[in-house]
Write a protein that binds this ligand. Structure first.
Ligand SMILES: Cc1ncc(COP(=O)(O)O)c(C=O)c1O
Length: 402
């Protein structure tokens, strides 16, 4: 029988991809599109790094474009191991690391390895939209706690205690977070570490934005007791060295998990993109990553401040919190959406259609994200941030008059 599987049929076309297509269409029509929807770093990768990579690839093309082992290039894993030691004081041997095709794949592996269909996992709501789909794809049951703007998107400890149980296979924590950009408080991460030990659960810790921090520090969860025994960390090179198109990330964790990750990688795609592995290797071993971050973070920080102030100025009834990290603002726009009788999806599509401003509807990140917008602040200049946010206010005024 010829058919399309239920496994894929359960997914509806995502508003995220539809809005991306809308942005392309508006561009083709010659419109000036204010696109705040992509999780793309705002500046290109380091020019020095691009030159170094091109020079090395020309000198030795065979090695830069061949197959490598499924777990990734040993030299890159060694460089990552030293990088984790340098920034987090971690002792992770190269053999406990697998290079993946982006952070998404690292997350997919972490879940596939630690759960079976029907198992329970714990997640905070809102969370990265793709994660909800992967949980559905793997037929997992979700227990969740809300994180809201009123508390700077910190979840409630009692809720966490109530929802992490003996049945929790994996606790998922993302810090700094997407879409909220908050850094989880140390008390919360410590509680998660304690509960994971008590309930014998894995911790899947997504550290995609660990270097994109403007105030405060990344919290390295391994510092709590013997957490390393149950910690699986998800990482990406998409944000810190700004190469999302190279599709490169990594996972580290206990040996029994990493052996399975290497096995899965071999089955699903043989190895992560090898030119990307070299690119990341040069970033880590040349000192360029550190230099690059020093250059880009002040630019992103200024953009965050401008976007935040523009919301305060043009949209005073939005409930907004200034995050210390990441790439996104996540304002609660209920006051406006309720007045207009619109939900966040209609609002986002209306805004795109009428003003060529693309922002993501918060509900794609979970129920608690309803009536919010996710606004990427790193990709636009201060002037264009101001202008785009002013256009949101104009859109609301015009809709009110209808
Ligand atoms: C929290 C989080 N984790 C993982 C990823 C995946 O990144 P990639 O697959 O590009 O490495 C993203 C991308 O935006 C993210 O926001």
């Amino acid at each position: 029988m010829k058919k399309i599987s239920d496994r894929v049929k359960v997914f509806q076309p995502s508003p995220h991809r539809m809005l991306a297509a809308k942005a392309e269409e508006l561009k083709r029509e010659g419109k000036d599109v204010f696109n705040y929807s992509v999780g793309q770093p705002g500046l290109p990768p380091s020019k020095d790094l691009v030159s170094l990579f091109c020079q090395k690839a020309k000198e030795d093309p065979f090695n830069h474009f061949r197959y490598v082992s499924a777990s990734g290039m040993y030299s890159l894993k060694e460089a990552i191991s030293l990088d984790l030691k340098k920034y987090g004081g971690l002792d992770i041997p190269p053999t406990n690391i697998v290079i993946t095709t982006g952070g998404i794949e690292a997350f997919h592996f972490a879940l596939s390895i630690t759960t079976d269909p029907g198992d329970e996992v714990f997640l905070l709501d809102p969370s990265y939209s793709v994660y909800w789909d992967l949980l559905k794809y793997l037929h997992l049951k979700v227990r969740k706690c809300p994180q809201t703007v009123e508390t700077g998107f910190q979840p409630d400890e009692e809720c966490i205690k109530d929802n992490i149980t003996e049945r929790t296979s994996a606790i998922i924590a993302v810090s700094p977070d997407n879409p909220t950009s908050r850094i989880l408080k140390e008390d919360i991460l410590k509680l998660i570490a304690d509960l994971a030990k008590e309930k014998k659960s894995w911790i899947i810790y997504d550290e995609a934005y660990k270097h994109i921090i403007y105030e405060g520090n990344h919290i390295w969860i391994h510092n709590y007791g013997d957490t390393l025994n149950r910690l699986i960390s998800v990482n990406t090179f998409s944000k810190d060295i700004a190469i999302p198109g190279f599709r490169l990330g990594y996972i580290y964790g206990p040996k029994e998990v990493i052996t399975q990750a290497a096995k899965l990688k071999g089955i699903l795609s043989l190895a992560a993109p090898v030119p990307g592995q070299w690119f990341a290797y040069y970033a880590l071993t040349s000192g360029i990553k550190e230099k690059y971050l020093k250059e880009v973070l002040p630019v992103y920080r200024e953009r965050r401040d401008v976007a935040y102030e523009a919301f305060r100025k043009f949209l005073p009834d939005a409930k907004i919190w200034k995050p210390p990290a990441g790439m996104y603002l996540f304002p609660d726009m209920s006051a406006y959406m309720n007045q207009l009788g619109m939900n966040d999806i209609d609002f986002a599509f209306g805004l795109a259609e009428k003003k060529a401003v693309i922002m993501l509807p918060g509900s794609i990140f979970g129920e608690t994200g309803r009536n919010h917008l996710r606004v990427t602040f790193v990709t636009q200049t201060p002037e264009r941030l101001e202008k785009g946010i002013q256009l949101v206010a104009e859109f609301i005024d015009e809709e009110k008059k209808k």
